[in-house]
Design a protein around this ligand. Sequence first.
Ligand SMILES: C[S@@+](CC[C@H](N)C(=O)[O-])C[C@H]1O[C@@H](n2cnc3c(N)ncnc32)[C@H](O)[C@@H]1O
Length: 240
Amino acid sequence: MTTNEQTKKWFGDWANEYDSTLGKVRRHHKLLDLVVARSKVRKNDQVLDIGCGTGLMTLKFLRKADCQVTGVDNSDAMLAIFKKKITELGLQDKTACKAGDAADLEFEEDTFDICASTVTLHHLKNKLPALKKIHSILKPGGRLVIGDIDVDTTGRLTDPKRMLRILDFLRQEYALALKEGGIPAFSRMYDNGKKHILNDGEYCISFPQWEDLCRKARFKNIATRPLPGFEWFKVLDAVK
Ligand SMILES: C[S@@+](CC[C@H](N)C(=O)[O-])C[C@H]1O[C@@H](n2cnc3c(N)ncnc32)[C@H](O)[C@@H]1O
């Protein structure tokens, strides 16, 4: 199995428990709320939620403004939950959902006012081509907003300093998952920790590194904001 297929399987297996594990962690909702706030979404905006998962952020966009959201994800199991929620809430007119890979987004140029993504783009090993594609599918003046983990996991896997840096992040993450999501959330995060350490489908970089890649993808007005109270999470916004 390729790493991409393993990641798909990981999220496929997690999908049914996603909302009752990470979805219970308040920090996660704060991250999504900050991304939606930084997007400055307005009535009639066309929004793309990249790696939409079960639709937690899509629903926040729809609550914030009378916009149109397209969710894209490469996990059929995640998309099935997304679609079920949208149907139950009667929001089919306001949303579309598409199976697709964040590394190869199949949309026309100049389509979206906002491209937003939370804890998804770090799964791409090669991030620059994806950012260039996002730049092309945004309308002129459109906004990219990324909410993600701020930890540099690049470098030699056997470098102890690198591992200790990742463990600093995981230490807080495990405690939070256990406290707010209970044992199921902790177990999921605990298994996920090894993936971060071994760069097994998890390729987190720091926000200065994200900023650098966004500059290379020709984004302007790039700014990173902290998630208050959570040092390992940041939100970047940038303009086409
Ligand atoms: C940690 S979840 C985040 C879901 C949602 N954005 C949230 O914040 O609740 C990561 C999501 O990205 C999706 N994903 C991972 N790699 C992807 C890829 N290469 N292309 C599209 N989706 C991907 C997974 O299936 C999963 O739904």
